[in-house]
Design a protein around this ligand. Structure first.
Ligand code: ADP
Ligand code: ZN
Length: 721
């Protein structure tokens, strides 16, 4: 090639042409450095006929500077990047960026320097050095990462290197990962599992696109089934990607993977340290990483030879990214499988309605595991009607649930209480003047956290200490908590079951792998009687002694009233119920509600999943909602309210008049202020026949807005706030 077209990593620049200097070898997908004015930019060589650019005469082209020493991004990945940008109306360069690791990873392998404690213990230390010494036991990372870990400046740590307290260690960035062994510990599968596994294994061998919906009740052993497909890919020397909805679940997964294959898989998530990121990315593109387990961002990595994708807990909403490129990793995983011509397994006990519909239509092949593994029974589900059996005043756990918990405690079994609300109370107000604590940056109340003694906004992270007096009227000791969060439930458990050993599981307490590992070990070892948790405890865990699950407020999720509220409530409660009775002892679930007649609650109580899906499908069909119609949202925001409103009105005023597309709004967003930005929303409801993305582009691209205005498009939105 003499002349190349580059996709450069700057959304404003987009596409630029360059000359290839004599003797430089580039191909499509090569990652290169090119000159731009006095600066340099990173780019990927792209098929020229797939990207439009201004025609620049040969003589004006500047030469590329350098080809980076990594294999070219594979063609299937380039097609995936194009598809994603097109479907989600996102800049190509923003999507492509997700495929690249760090600049350091692109620069090549070699070595990196990390630091660790030498073990020296000087008699006298500054408080900062003492704190660092404490915090860095057993750690090894770059100075910057260690500084973050120890909450001291990099300067302090450099001083410690000078004083011989920290020492440099050279790490080889391309040191190989231990090899996973497909025959390490092959389990004996049940008949149903074996049939499912055989189907997956055959699909891996065939190397063609095959989407599966693995629909198995909680505890049916879905993991064991898809592990057989992983084993087959390993035997064939091909790579596997397993997507998990959140890092909190990886701990559990890692252990099971290691038990099956003898070594841990390669991890990819946002909190990897830089040297691990580099190593993992390079192993992915070289083909050396056999099995990658990660959050949604691992979907866009440049696998050299992918043989299988698994999306576990595929119904989870956290697969939808809600900032930057607003894609749904579950859906893009299927598209990636298509471009790679490989099978993809979506595993869930409570599949998304969209996935069910695709299975019904014969597009996905549905594989069912209707029974729990090892003969365990699904738990009994009962309703506690809070209108008839209310808890005591100022309490949230109904007497019947308390009695059941007491019985479990007496028998040495475990209980789990689920409430999807962090903190102590969702609202704090002044008893004297009625003042409510609100976030200055968001349309949201501040949530009291008793352990940290702070009031925090769960949207922007703003937090302040709990004051002694009301900021409005100055009265001391007048703040009252309204409503329960998990911390308050934990207090109540301590009151009604004082001898119980409890664990609080929320993203505030379980924010690192060590904490999660410790919790799991304690729960498995019988050192915990009552677990109180948010959605974090609803899935993945397998505690054989857990025989009672209490849902504190089943109506909570229905309040939001968005499109998927009922479905999400169903999934969450079915998942948390699925934690009960997984061992030999039968499980029981008590659901506290004020609306036992609601379709979703009745379906849960009767164990009638089909009825729920059928009713939900009908209501979606009537509303023209997915999967029968499509939605897109346009979110307009600015720090200046008038400016945001003007922009939203300008968009509304130029809305296309198409027969298969209905435009609603603009209207103030439910979260009308978020992180200091005023927000307005438009909602588009389109028929399946509509060319939604094209209509959006034709509509929005000609419009110009002031610098402070941001216009975000959300195709297939999950969040309606
Ligand atoms: P699911 O993900 O479907 O809820 P899991 O994969 O967690 O279910 O399986 C439930 C439990 O049963 C796990 O402890 C798992 O190790 C065990 N299990 C499942 N299948 C087998 C098998 N074939 N042999 C031994 N144990 C199994
Ligand atoms: Zn806020």
């Amino acid at each position: 090639m003499k002349r190349v077209r580059l996709l450069v990593f700057n959304a404003a620049l987009g596409v630029l042409d360059y000359r290839v200097p004599e003797g430089m070898a580039v191909e499509h997908g090569s990652v290169v450095i090119a000159p731009l004015g006095p600066r340099q930019v990173l780019g990927v060589v792209w098929e020229a006929d797939r990207l439009s650019a201004q025609d620049v005469p040969e003589s004006k082209l500047r030469p590329l500077l350098e080809v980076l020493p990594v294999p070219p991004l594979p063609a299937q990945l380039r097609r995936l990047i194009e598809w994603t940008a097109d479907y989600y109306c996102a800049p190509l360069s923003s999507v492509a960026r997700m495929a690249l690791g760090s600049m350091a990873a692109l620069r090549g392998g070699g070595t990196a320097t990390e630091y660790r404690l030498t073990g020296a213990e000087p008699a006298r230390l500054t408080p900062q050095r003492a704190a660092a010494l404490d915090a860095l036991q057993g750690e090894q990372a770059s100075i910057r990462e260690l500084a973050e870990l120890a909450s001291v400046s990099e300067g302090v740590l450099r001083g410690m290197v000078g004083a011989g307290l920290l020492e440099p260690v050279t790490v080889d960035l391309d040191r190989p990962y231990p090899r996973a062994r497909p025959e390490f510990a092959v389990p004996e599968l049940s008949e149903g599992q074996q049939a499912a596994a055989d189907t997956f294994v055959a699909a891996v061998r065939e190397h063609r696109f095959a989407p599966f919906l693995l629909d198995g009740v909680t505890g049916s052993g879905k993991t064991e089934c898809y592990f057989e497909a992983v084993a087959e890919a390993l035997r064939l020397g091909r790579q596997v990607l397993v997507l998990l909805p959140e890092i909190a679940l990886t701990e559990n997964f890692l252990r099971r993977f290691e038990q099956r294959f003898g070594v841990p898989p390669v991890l990819w998530h946002s909190s990897l340290k830089s040297s691990e990121r580099r190593r993992a990315w390079r192993a992915v593109i070289s083909g050396e990483a056999q099995v990658v387990v990660g959050a949604r961002s691992s979907l866009f990595l440049p696998y050299a030879d992918l043989g299988l994708i698994v999306v576990d807990e595929a119904h989870e909403v956290s697969f939808k990214q809600d900032d930057g490129v607003r894609y749904n990793a579950r859906d893009v995983a299927v598209i990636r499988a298509k471009f790679e011509a490989i099978p993809v397994v979506l595993a869930s006990a409570t599949p998304a309605l969209e996935s069910m519909q695709l299975a019904e239509a014969g597009i996905y092949k549905k594989i069912e595991l209707p029974d729990r593994f090892g003969g365990a029974m699904l738990p009994d589900i009962r309703i506690v009607d809070l209108r008839q059996e209310p808890p005591e005043r100022g309490h949230w756990i109904a007497p019947r649930l308390v009695e059941e918990m007491k019985e479990r405690l007496a028998r040495g079994e475990q209980s789990l209480l689920f409430l999807n609300r962090r903190g102590y109370a969702p609202l704090t107000l002044c008893r004297n003047c009625g003042y409510r604590f609100q976030c200055p940056n968001c349309t949201a109340w501040l949530v009291e956290h008793r352990f940290s003694k702070r009031l925090a906004c769960h949207h922007c992270g703003h937090d302040v200490p709990v004051p002694d007096a009301c900021p409005e009227c100055g009265t001391a000791d007048c703040l009252v908590a309204c409503g329960p969060g998990v911390e308050r439930i934990a207090d109540e458990v301590a009151e009604v079951l004082p001898e119980a050993r409890t664990a609080l599981v929320t993203s505030d307490t379980m924010n690192n792998p060590e904490a999660i590992g410790e919790f799991v070990a304690m729960a498995e070892g019988g050192a915990i009687d009552v677990i109180i948790g948010t959605q974090l405890v609803t899935k993945g865990y397998h505690f054989p002694e857990l025989t009672l699950v209490g849902v504190i407020d089943a109506d909570l999720g229905l309040e939001g009233g968005d499109l998927r509220a009922a479905e999400r409530t169903y999934q969450q409660i079915a998942q948390v119920a699925g934690r009960a009775g997984r061992g030999e002892k039968p499980g029981e679930v008590l659901i506290q509600t004020r609306h036992p007649e609601a379709a979703v609650i009745a379906a849960l109580a009767n164990g009638d999943r089909d009825a729920f899906y059928a009713a939900e499908t009908e209501s979606r069909r009537d509303a023209g909602a997915p999967p029968f119609g499509r939605w897109a949202a346009i979110i307009v925001s600015s720090e200046d309210q008038a400016e945001a409103l003007a922009a939203a009105r300008a968009i509304g005023g130029t809305a296309p008049n198409l027969p298969d597309m209905l435009v609603l709004g603009p209207a103030p967003a439910p979260l009308s202020l978020l992180r200091g930005r005023h927000r307005f929303r438009l909602l588009i409801n389109a028929r399946r026949s509509a060319e939604l993305q094209k209509a959006l582009r034709d509509w929005l691209e000609p419009l110009q807005f002031p610098k402070g205005v941001r216009v975000n498009i959300d195709v297939d939105p999950y969040s309606f706030v």
